[in-house]
Design a protein around this ligand. Structure first.
Ligand code: URA
Length: 434
């Protein structure tokens, strides 16, 4: 007879669980017959002893099956999905989705809201007046077919098992386990059910995975899960030792995404978006990297990707004039320029601290029910490796909620390391797993 006590005991002794046992524990936890204290004990055993690859496959599949699995039968063409393991200033979805769509791959994207120091794509999009992130199924499919991409908030019926288990992991110090992270992310990707999945696994101070070895293990496991379930799946391991791009905060990030689609930005954000888009299109269409990269660059320089973004805004009810008129966004009431107190080269920018500073300006939520100040955030004038002199403006802080944005000045300055030596700047993409 199956029993949760035996399952916990087996994982405690690194004995392998059968598919029946994994299915029993996922179903039992979702329907409430397995209590939190037993699930917590099992999760901690997994954190300490890990799971085999097969057990991780079973867990992913059982979590996927706990809710709805989407179907893209009525979408014409190949569908692709991307996932980022979370970063500060990460507005890549806003840029990559229209680029990929302009290159002939459909992107039905479901994204989340931000909590704590990382922002969420949905909050960013909601800074565009009237943008609707809750399209009906019919409008979602129509937008994907006619525009090529649509970005909506995650449907409530997907992977309820992951939702419940993740909430428990969050309060039992069991988040940072590679098999648990892999099965959590991949169960959602498999339930979304696109033909192709490209994962952006962040590595560095602002990421779950602090070093390359752990990021590589996580990426390999997720790619193996994707392939096992017949998806075209690859991963890029990317650097997260500084925020992506120059802007952090909701409308500020949409503006930077638009500027990138206009071809007006340079640096780590543009590099990452070009690499991710190329990886998605070449994986989805099974075409060589060099040909696809030219197509991706052309989608930006020809204005096709910007046009697709603007059309997506229109189809999702937003004011598409925003791409040419940023005054349509909420305008921040207060601003403050942060000046450098030293001269030298920017060595590092702690993205977690930057995320917290932005949160404290009102750009994020401390709890799920907090409201967001869409105008709040930080605009950096510099990136890693830039030289800076005493008195130069390093960043500008914006808020409509916090009347004195200088309150976060000290924490922001502490997040930025400046010293005399010019640092060697690494490429944003560290490696590719396929
Ligand atoms: N993101 C997820 O969706 N799940 C995890 O476990 C960690 C990050």
């Amino acid at each position: 007879m199956l029993s949760m006590y035996n399952i916990i005991d087996k994982t405690k002794h690194t004995e392998r669980l059968s598919i029946q046992e994994v299915s029993y524990l996922v179903k039992g936890y979702v329907d409430g017959t397995i209590p939190d204290y037993q699930m917590s004990a099992w999760l901690m055993a997994v954190c300490l002893n890990g799971l085999s690859k097969e057990e991780t496959f079973y867990l992913t599949d059982c979590m996927k099956r706990s809710g709805e699995v989407l179907s893209w039968e009525s979408v014409e063409g190949i569908t692709a999905d991307k996932h980022s393991t979370g970063g500060v200033g990460d507005k890549t979805t806003l840029i990559v989705a229209p680029i990929v769509a302009s290159c002939g791959v459909k992107m039905p994207k479901m994204s989340g809201r931000g909590l704590g120091h990382t922002g969420g794509t949905i909050d960013k999009l909601e800074s565009i007046p009237n943008f609707n992130v809750e399209l009906s199924h019919t409008d979602f499919i129509k937008t994907i077919n006619e525009v090529g991409c649509a970005i909506v908030s995650q449907s409530g019926n997907l992977t309820p098992a992951d939702k419940k288990i993740y909430a428990l992991r969050d309060v039992t110090a069991t988040v940072d386990s590679i098999p648990l992270i892999s099965s959590s992310i991949m169960s959602k990707k498999l339930a979304l059910n696109s033909d192709c999945i490209v994962l952006d696994v962040k590595c560095g101070s602002g990421a779950f995975m602090k070093d390359i070895a752990d990021a590589t293990t996580l990426a390999n496991l997720m790619v193996d899960i994707g392939k096992f379930y017949n998806k075209r799946c690859t991963a890029l391991i990317t650097d997260m030792n500084a925020p992506l791009g120059y802007n952090v905060g909701n409308s500020l990030e949409v503006i930077e995404a638009i500027e990138t689609l206009k071809g007006n930005t340079r640096g780590n954000l543009l590099d990452l978006c070009v690499e991710l888009s190329t990886e998605i299109v070449s994986t989805a269409l099974n075409t060589d990297y060099v040909t696809v990269k030219d197509k991706v660059l052309d989608a930006i320089s020809s204005g096709k990707a910007l046009e697709t973004f603007s059309k997506m805004i229109e189809y999702q009810g937003g004011n598409a004039k925003i791409v040419d008129d940023y005054s349509i966004f909420d305008v921040p009431r207060y601003s403050y320029e942060v000046k450098s107190k030293v001269s030298g080269y920017i060595q590092s920018i702690d993205s977690q601290e930057v995320g917290i500073a932005s949160l404290n300006l009102g750009a994020g939520r401390h709890t799920k029910s907090d409201s967001i100040d869409y105008s709040a955030g930080i605009v950096f004038n510099h990136q890693l490796g830039d030289s800076i002199s005493i008195g130069d403006t390093i960043a500008t802080l914006y808020s409509s909620k916090v009347t004195d944005p200088s309150q976060v000045e000290d924490s922001l300055l502490k997040a930025i390391t400046i010293n005399a030596q010019k640092p060697i700047i690494k490429d944003i993409v560290i490696s590719c797993i396929n």
